[in-house]
Design a protein around this ligand. Structure first.
Ligand code: NAP
Length: 297
């Protein structure tokens, strides 16, 4: 079997086109969704993420309020900016780019964001609501993964899902979302990590394997069954002298070998990555609708 490649770029483009239409309709009613972005410091990866987010907002008509602050910014200055955005009706979503520089208490900053504007879905209030199945902002990467599965026609209901990785931004929230007693969930989920005794014994029986370990070749062909669905979240830099930058990006899955056994697989790049920003835009539009008293699904 050769897998069907799940084209994250295309699915993200489709979703962004839908959002663009929705934003245009909201604007006719005088509603302009707004995202406040805070970047502290000069980390190049964070800078390029933030630029991509701002460009994505512009492309679909979301107002973006961009704040790039020096690495020396104090906790108080940062908290004051968050508070200003909490009280600004033009801003429906607040994004604080992580990681924050050393010396800043990240948890305190995230806790200061109004949960009604927490479009990253990291505030404990939203994490708790998600866990008990209440309406909440869903964290962008896990939500994007679920959209990839749904829009590729993969059945999640009743599936054996094995997630490799238990971080607060991917593994844990994804496991929670997939076990909800709801449509497009109802899966049986196993979460693996570095203390898991026998990783292949788990991945081999999975209908869906989601790799979020941050380590190349964590999932190889001998670790999966024929017909498995594989979502590769990992983004790893591998030295490559043939590339202008001197490196290339690979995921956590041995893509070439696993695609010969899988029924569906995501590539890296071009799989999960484009979905993360798309779901941030989705949450910002949802927040604007909620603020205007429009019922959201
Ligand atoms: P993280 O915080 O470093 O967590 C990695 C998790 O994987 C940990 O739970 C770790 O276990 C587990 N793990 C690592 N090696 C393992 C192994 N050999 N066997 C089993 N478990 C293993 O990483 P993260 O933030 O979740 O990100 C994971 C990857 O996804 C990274 O490559 C990151 O760049 C990528 N990512 C991509 C996107 C996107 O939008 N495309 C978004 C977020 C993250 P322990 O808990 O025991 O240490």
């Amino acid at each position: 079997m050769t897998a069907q490649i799940i084209d994250g770029k295309q699915i993200a483009a489709d979703m962004r086109a839908e959002l663009k239409e929705e934003v245009a309709k909201l604007k006719e009613q005088g509603i302009v969704p707004g995202l406040g972005v805070i970047l502290v410091g000069e980390d190049p990866a964070s800078q390029s993420y933030v630029t991509a987010k701002e460009r994505a907002c512009e492309n679909i008509g979301i107002y973006s309020n961009d704040n790039r602050l020096p690495a020396e910014t104090s906790q108080e200055e940062l908290m004051a900016l968050v508070e200003k955005m909490n009280n600004d009706p033009k801003i429906n979503g607040i994004l604080v780019q992580l990681p924050l520089p050393k010396g800043i208490n990240e948890a305190e900053v995230l806790l200061a964001i109004d949960p009604a504007k927490d479009v990253d879905g990291f505030h404990p209030m939203n994490v708790g609501k998600m866990m008990v199945g209440e309406k909440a902002f869903l964290p962008c990467t896990p939500h994007g993964i679920i959209q990839l599965l749904i829009r590729s026609g993969v059945t999640i209901e009743g599936a054996e899902v094995v997630i490799v990785g238990r971080s607060n931004i991917v593994g844990k929230p994804l496991a929670n979302m997939l076990i909800q007693k709801k449509p497009n969930a109802n899966a049986t989920v196993t979460v693996c990590h570095t203390r898991t005794k026998d990783l292949p014994s788990h991945t081999k029986r999975a209908d869906i394997v989601i790799a979020a370990a941050g380590r190349p070749n964590t999932v190889t062909a001998d670790m999966v069954k024929e017909g498995v669905v594989v979502i590769d979240v990992g983004v790893n830099r591998i030295e490559d002298a043939t590339k202008k930058k001197g490196y290339r990006l690979v995921g956590d899955v041995d893509f070439e070998a696993v695609k010969e056994k899988a029924s569906f697989i995501t590539p890296v790049p071009g799989g999960v990555g484009p979905m993360t920003i798309t779901m941030l835009l989705y949450n910002t539009v949802e927040s604007a609708k909620r603020a205007a008293g429009i019922e959201v699904a």
